[in-house]
Design a protein. Structure first.
Lengths: 210, 210
């Protein structure tokens, strides 16, 4: 592992944001721990509510643990898939990519499980938002760092369908909740750009504009 | 407004992540709409659950709307402040900065309210996580884009203490929920680096290591 691997982290920030996308088709090529560690290290610089820094990250390479998450994913997916309109070409492509990910879940090189320790997503409305607002900025840094290193990444929550079972799989204490999974590996194939709603359609000045 | 304002968006991604921090002391200098718009545009490139792209952003400059959020913030803050241990120097500094932000809330140049349209943070555990996981990656892009432009930014949720009142302030329909506020303005004063827990302390290999 030479330092040149990390040169991608000097790439321009806006370009990295603009070219970020979910990459679900991965090769078997191993991902060195130093790379995963650096992505998480950059993740830690993101803000957390009241600067609580209450994240924990389980870096999963063990085949049996992956297989147990795969079982949860396979169980939850049919229920969820029904809620997605597959008639648009982009949704149809996404559903295919997810199906492929599920079929090959055990061969994903590294899965990072981002967890929150302490606190609970309960209480007044803002408490729930703050709770998850203390992990997803970190997750986004990890995804962007992966992008910058040309490492494929995707954000997944369905394998955590049962919080209790997920905790048991990872041996987590009751005070620690897994929030999401980040699947990491070197991309198989080529990926095009993403499309988004036009920015002026989602901006409202001062008040809601229907 | 010249293009040179946007040159910061070519800065190295890791350096921007490493130097991101909450900046709560802001000058009165106005922030051009083109800057806010560009930050939101980069935000939209972040992932959303099932590619739902169900975000909406209210860009608040109106003094009366700011004053109404300030009232909610002032009401919630004493309740919340009690939960934070003020005996450590870094927490004491944070509490001072937040207090200062509350005292001057009406003079924050721009407040972006990030909202989710449709869906609800209910149902199985993963549904809640996915719900907020569809807005905070976007919020983190906005914060990082602001950092790259040397624009001060901070993530706040307390002014949304009452979801119902927040909706009324912004004229939001029932289907739209505000998730957080991003306060934006040019920084007043100088800001040092942040400190974080050591990365190897928050990484667990395969299973929880107590």
């Amino acid at each position: 592992m030479t330092d040149s691997v990390f040169e991608g982290l000097n790439r321009p920030i806006a370009e990295m944001m603009e070219t970020q996308r979910s990459i679900r088709r991965l090769t078997d090529r191993p991902v060195d721990h130093s790379i995963v560690r650096r992505c998480i290290e950059l993740g830690l610089k993101a803000p957390t509510g009241s600067n609580g820094q209450n994240w924990e990250f389980i870096v999963v390479r063990d085949a049996e643990i992956k297989a147990r998450f795969a079982r949860q994913y396979r169980r939850a997916w049919p229920l969820y898939r029904r809620t997605i309109d597959s008639s648009t070409p982009s949704n149809a492509r996404m559903l295919d990519a997810v199906q492929q990910q599920i079929d090959h879940f055990e061969s994903i090189p590294v899965i990072v499980v981002a967890c929150l320790a302490g606190g609970r997503p309960t209480g007044p409305y803002v408490a729930k938002s703050s709770y998850y607002g203390s992990i997803y900025p970190t997750v986004q840094n990890i995804l962007l760092a992966a992008r910058s290193l040309d490492l494929g990444a995707s954000l997944i929550t369905l394998p955590l369908w049962s919080a209790r079972r997920s905790r048991r799989i990872l041996g987590l204490p009751r005070s620690v909740r897994p929030a999401c999974l980040i699947a990491l590996g070197w991309p198989a194939g080529r990926y095009g750009p993403t499309t988004r709603r036009p920015v002026d359609d989602v901006i409202h000045l001062d008040r809601w504009r229907p």
